[in-house]
Write a protein that binds this ligand. Structure first.
Ligand code: SAH
Length: 365
């Protein structure tokens, strides 16, 4: 009988064309529906007025459009906006919109939790729950466009996407690539490859696959200039040490839409922020065309680090600049709503656990 309806947000254009073909429908129909879904943010098949009535009725039976549901929506004093999205089973992920004068950047999550356990990251501390589906990933952009008032008139508030929310995008590559293709597709969001950035802690084989299948701008979470320190801060370094990572960066660049890799570098007081560390980084920059993005550490409860003082960060950036390396310091945005880098923790899970514990205590007593 009627199977579970298919969520059409799961498909990129090729996927939707194939699904339509299986129903005996022409590719142009799929593209038409794709525009309704992603450009107009339409969830009601009946409202897709240029789609044949019979097809609309069939879609209503077999398919659905189901973006993730926001549980909370908070706006920081600096205009940064953060949504907590329900992804089922008591889990939630976060999406952050960062408005600036010349662009609007959406920071998108790829997993509920994260398995990599970087020492300074609060998402890592909660462990790994599951990969987000393609619909849950692209659904964050779908929702942001809708809630920010973009869509119908073609005017888009989100001009840039960074895969820098919760999770390691390159360990959920199939779903991430489907979502990236939608971000780039003119029938969907039509963003330029240069304005879509994937950030990775350095999953080398997946960097090569991304390069082959959907090269977009690349950011790499470096955070340390040598293996001994990086092993400690970013444990995936034990598997893919710096020499392998830097070689993968070089390979990536011959297909990348930009001619440099962005190295993210969290500034941890007394840990990775000395003049000596800056000198070691200069040597790395000689191997890979790059820019540095210094991120002042954002503390979270129980974090074993503190933020480097502003004067130290300035001196560190200065040392890189003297060697001819562009180094910007990331402005901390949205920290009053816990939206800053490394603070995205999808709080609901903890709360619901506590609720369950309380409920259990009540039933026992
Ligand atoms: N897993 C991917 C995507 C996360 S992006 C990656 O590692 O690149 C989020 C960025 O914020 C990464 O560079 C991450 O290392 C950094 N980050 C994590 N915790 C942080 C914290 N507490 N303060 C500042 N930056 C942090």
């Amino acid at each position: 009988m009627n199977p579970t309806p298919v969520n059409l947000l799961e498909f990129d254009v090729d996927g939707l064309v194939a699904w339509f073909a299986a129903q005996g429908e022409k590719p142009f129909r799929a593209r038409q529906v794709m525009r309704w879904l992603h450009r107009e943010g339409c969830t009601d098949f009946d409202a897709m007025t240029d789609v044949a009535k019979a097809l609309r009725a069939r879609l209503a039976e077999q398919a659905c459009v189901r973006p993730p549901q926001p549980i909370s929506d908070r706006i920081s004093a600096d205009g940064t906006r953060k949504w907590l999205l329900d992804v089922g089973a008591g889990n939630a992920v976060e999406t952050v919109f960062i408005p600036e004068a010349t662009r609007g950047t959406l920071c998108v999550s790829s997993q509920a939790g994260c398995a990599l356990d970087c020492a300074f990251c609060s998402t890592g501390k909660q462990g790994f729950n599951r990969n987000l589906s393609a619909a849950e990933i692209i659904g964050q952009l779908w929702l942001a466009n809708r809630l920010l008032g973009g869509g119908a008139d073609g005017e888009r508030v989100v001009s840039n996407v960074v895969m820098m929310g919760m999770g390691e995008p390159l360990t959920n590559l199939d779903n991430v690539i489907t979502a990236l293709r939608l971000m780039l597709d003119d029938h969907a969001y039509g963003l330029s490859r240069r304005r879509v950035t994937v950030s990775t802690a350095g999953i080398v084989p997946a960097m090569d696959r991304l390069r082959e299948e959907c090269p977009v701008a690349l950011a790499v979470s470096l955070h340390a200039p040598n293996d001994a320190l990086r092993d400690r801060l970013v444990p995936i370094n034990l598997k893919y040490p710096l020499a392998k990572l830097l070689a993968a960066c070089r390979r990536y660049l011959d297909r990348a839409p930009r001619d440099f890799v962005t190295f993210e570098y969290v500034m941890l007081d007394g840990v990775n922020d000395s003049d000596g560390h800056a000198r070691e980084l200069v040597a790395i920059a000689g191997e890979v065309p790059c820019k540095f993005n210094l991120i002042p550490f954002n503390p979270f409860p129980g974090a074993p680090f503190s933020r480097s003082p502003a004067s130290r960060i300035r001196r560190f950036a200065g040392a890189l600049a003297e060697a001819g390396i562009v180094a910007t310091t990331r402005k901390t945005r949205g920290d009053d709503v816990d939206a800053a880098c490394g603070q995205l923790a999808g709080r609901v899970k903890d709360r619901s656990r506590r609720t369950i514990r309380l409920a259990e205590m009540e039933t026992k007593s």
